[in-house]
Design a protein around this ligand. Structure first.
Ligand code: LLP
Length: 422
């Protein structure tokens, strides 16, 4: 059950025909299923609970930080993993419990640290000694003591796309696990810092679980060492990274992931924090787009759609595969035709998919790009002065616009001529 299924000859989001959303809101538009979001949350959190783990799920908001999406997950009990002052503000606005907010990222500014301390967030994940020292200064100035995890880099290859692998020695993330003990000693000596946790995140879209096992095993050994050094480690943040099926992978089951967690770190007596992003949001969203023209080239047919790489950059940026479906249900008796699905932006990279078998398409028809709920809208830009598109949340037979389509006046209002030009 994906919550995006054919019914009565056309594709629905839950109980809403996508054509109805296109008519009401226009295209392109991101459409999210609230039930898909909350089901995924329950599958993930349920697998951890079944494995007997004391777990807190802090949704990685970078995957999709729309307020309504965050609210839907917070209502299920999710905390949040944030990486900027902007995400922190969204988490708070969506009603996430501040004590369940983790602040990650390699370059937190002093202002962001102050904002997070003022909000009384639960934990800072620091990634370097200079960052640790800055946090100590900021916390100390406000009289606060903050819970800190050092994000360690376990030197494990996550075997995923090189642009989203983060746990190897030469990646910019975390502190080498071999240096962790001295960093905890340093942290313990700094005012305003309580080094109570260890964090690790080795990459995103992992479809093989063995790198998790390798990384968590190394982290468990580190926890023993840190405790022997006198540090009271109460919390382990195991990051995100669980992969999904974009149509070509066999995704790991969260229960198998939970079993590895239980096996490697389950007996440490730590509270475990997880930061899933893609697993929760990815399959819960589609990009709904209308075909502007069908162009038959020398060797290929192109379906030119009204969405473009600025709306969903994953195919252009990572050569990512996304399934494409026609909203009109294909007739099994008709032979399919092969199309490249491309956007209107003036770059060859503005290609969503190549040589896909689809029913014979016509201008004016709708198609969806699947699994676009994570790292879709959040990575959109205004390239080619294209307006940021709308987002819609569906629940059952109802839907609501949860981000309005930008308009030209709003786009122009952001800019002015220089003083001397007016
Ligand atoms: N925690 C940390 C510290 C992270 O850096 C990330 C993702 C996550 C959690 C969530 O990972 P997830 O569960 O979603 O795999 N834009 C890329 C993905 C970048 C991921 C960055 N970090 C894409 O579209 O594939």
């Amino acid at each position: 059950m994906t919550h995006f299924d054919y019914r009565d000859g056309e594709l629905f989001a839950e109980d809403v025909p996508l054509s109805r959303i296109a008519e009401a809101v226009g295209t392109p538009v991101y459409v999210y299923s609230e039930t898909a979001l909350t089901d995924a949350y329950r599958r993930f959190a349920g697998a951890l609970a079944e494995a007997g783990l004391d777990a807190r799920v802090c949704y990685a908001m970078k995957a999709n930080s729309n307020l309504a999406v965050v609210r839907a997950l917070a209502a299920c009990g999710a905390g949040a993993d944030v990486v900027s002052g902007g995400e922190l503000a969204r988490a708070l606005a969506a009603g996430v419990n501040p004590a369940e907010i983790v602040f990650s990222g390699v370059g937190k500014t002093g202002d962001e640290m102050r904002q997070a301390i003022a909000a009384s967030i639960g934990q800072f994940n620091i990634e370097s000694i200079p960052e640790l020292e800055r946090l100590s200064e900021v916390a100390n100035a406000t009289g606060a003591t903050v819970n800190v995890a050092v994000r360690v880099n376990p030197d494990v290859d996550a075997d995923t796309h090189h642009k989203i692998s983060t746990g190897r020695h030469h990646d910019k993330f975390g502190i080498d696990i071999d240096r962790a003990r001295e960093v905890y000693d340093r942290a313990a000596a700094l005012p305003g810092i309580a080094p109570v946790a260890v964090a690790v995140h080795i990459g995103s879209q992992l479809t093989d679980l063995s790198p998790f096992r390798a990384a968590f095993t190394r982290v468990a050994a580190l926890v023993h060492e840190l405790r022997a050094d006198g540090h009271d480690i109460t919390t382990l943040d195991l990051g995100g990274g669980l992969g999904i099926d974009y149509g070509q992978q066999s995704p790991p089951d969260p229960r198998d992931y939970a079993a590895i967690v239980a096996d490697t770190v389950g007996d440490l007596g730590c509270t475990l924090v997880f930061e899933p992003g893609r697993y929760l949001a990815g399959p819960a969203g589609v990009l709904l787009t209308e075909i502007i023209y069908v162009k038959d080239g020398e060797t290929r047919s192109f379906a030119i759609v009204d969405a473009a790489m600025n709306d969903l950059v994953r195919p252009a940026m990572y050569d990512a595969h996304h399934e494409v479906l026609a909203v009109r249900q294909p007739n099994p008796d008709r032979a399919p035709h092969s199309y490249d699905i491309v956007g209107p932006v003036c770059e060859t990279g503005d290609t969503f998919a190549t040589q896909r078998d689809l029913p014979v398409l016509e201008a004016g028809e709708l198609v969806v790009i699947r699994d676009a709920g994570a790292y879709g809208a959040v990575m959109a830009s205004g390239y080619n002065s294209r307006l940021l598109i709308a987002e819609v949340l569906v629940r059952g037979s109802g839907f609501s616009v949860v981000r309005a389509r930008q308009d030209i006046a709003a786009m122009l209002a952001q800019e002015t001529l220089a003083d001397w030009q007016t």
